[in-house]
Design a protein around this ligand. Sequence first.
Ligand code: FAD
Ligand code: MG
Ligand code: MG
Ligand code: MG
Ligand code: MG
Length: 552
Amino acid sequence: LQPRRGGPKNLPIAEVYIDDDEAKAKTKPRLVILGGGWGGVALLKDLNPDDYNVTVISPANYFLFTPMLPSATVGTLELRSLVEPIRRILSRVNGHFIRAKAEDVEFSHKLVEVSQLDHKGKEVRFYVPYDKLVIAVGSATNPHGVKGLENAFFLKDINDARMIRNKVIQNLELACLPTTSDEERKRLLSFVVSGGGPTGVEFAAELYDLLNEDLTRHFPRLLRNEISVHIIQSRGHILNTYDETVSKYAEERFARDQVEVLTNSRVKEVQPDKIIFSQKQEDGSVITKELPIGFCLWSTGVSPTALSQKLAKKLGDVQTNRHALETDTHLRLNGAPLGDVYAIGDCSTVQNNVADSIVSFLRKLAWSRGIEPETLQLHFSDWRQVAQDVKKRFPQAVNHLKRLDKLFFEFDKDQSGTLDFGELRELLNQIDSKLTSLPATAQRAHQQGLYLAHKFNKMAKISDAMLANDIRDGDLDAAVYKAFEYRHLGSLAYIGNSAVFDLGEGWSMAGGLWAVYAWRSVYFAQSVSFRTRSLMAMDWMKRGLFGRDLVA
Ligand code: FAD
Ligand code: MG
Ligand code: MG
Ligand code: MG
Ligand code: MG
């Protein structure tokens, strides 16, 4: 049974229908999902099983529960507990899985170009046809153009966690050898984390827990004061996207735990046994410093995958964001045929119109004062009102709100205490470029996946009826379902036997053991299955009873 060939490259075209009744199956729209991460899996979770022929394409055949990945690096959790087979998740919707990588999309032919290595290690390529395509391929690690990253470790998938775990244990064992010099032991036990975001901070906290809870028990030769943990952060504070009280709490906690936090520092190079960075001093001068490293984690943010970059380039001018694929508020990929292609999760951003919304707010303000918008002179108190309105409508802008206040003074070029129309226009341009990005979190990807599931369910019900009534609405999405709205449900981070919550709108909490349990239960609830929940619960219990498993 040879597949037919076709498309711009005349490749084989893979058509698969999984249904008891193939004839019936062929009448259903083909829904192809690229990626089996948070976005893709949330979509699968709520999609009606009978409405679409579903195919998931991903190089990984498992869903990864990323928020717990830092715990797995030090053996608090087993690696296997954090993954769930995609095929298992797909069975509910009678879906089909192709373990391969999406390389390109032919939008006008509705084909995804896919690659995989065959049993001889030779690359094969083929097309997968779609009626609806969802791009949910996530993001890649951001190298920031730093030299020597081959000497650093990353924390993105399960193999990364495995390698980190082995390296940490290997360093501890080497440090214990009688032939290891004092200096070499200090180097082996110097753990450096580059990047003070949630991933870096949680890894540092987990590592610290390991060193404190298990080391004295299992490695009595190692002296606690020979071990050091350092976080190198480019900004003035760690967890800088969180509420101020949260980052303060984290910093105080680390100071007490003797985890060194080096702020205003930029890594220049990672060498096999040391890391070189520059640090801005209080007087403004910059000095170059170095630290010996036994291990270095690189976790300084994310950048688009090769696929996202390729598609953005292909779609041309409508894709203007350098960091993500832009969609409209219905999550449809800008520049692709309307209603064919969607993008969700880390790989995407919703182009929203904060500036438009502000303009209409200002217009109303001007009219209420009986003046033309062009002659409006905006005082700071007016601006605060605008900021409140933005905050209500665009909750993802909450973290930037402090900066909104500052913007007023920055853009009041003539320092008149008011903004005139010209000054306002400049300011709005800046807001549109800065404030429109959604956070790259599981929470967001999850919400977007569910949104598409509910919309697709509705579309499957309605499209026949609407077409029958001859409502040939080119914009079915907007006709049947509301626009996507992100709801910020707060962020949380784990910091050495305590957790900090940032609940948005200035609410924050921090606390001891009870907070850790609250934190775990939040992630338990978000977790995909009872299977995963049970496995993790058993791991935590095991660790409580027997300590971590330090075998590699
Ligand atoms: P992903 O979940 O990354 O999924 C992408 C999928 O696409 C994967 O299956 C991948 O294999 C596949 N893929 C990649 N390239 C291709 C291709 N070319 N073709 C086909 N498939 C492809 N967020 C939180 O909200 N809270 C947290 O506590 C938190 N902690 C984190 C800790 C760590 C260590 C990490 C790495 C991330 C953490 N995040 C957290 C962020 C969160 O994991 C991401 O925001 C989320 O995974 C984004 O979901 P996604 O579906 O867009 O991408
Ligand atoms: Mg995904
Ligand atoms: Mg994932
Ligand atoms: Mg994505
Ligand atoms: Mg002025």
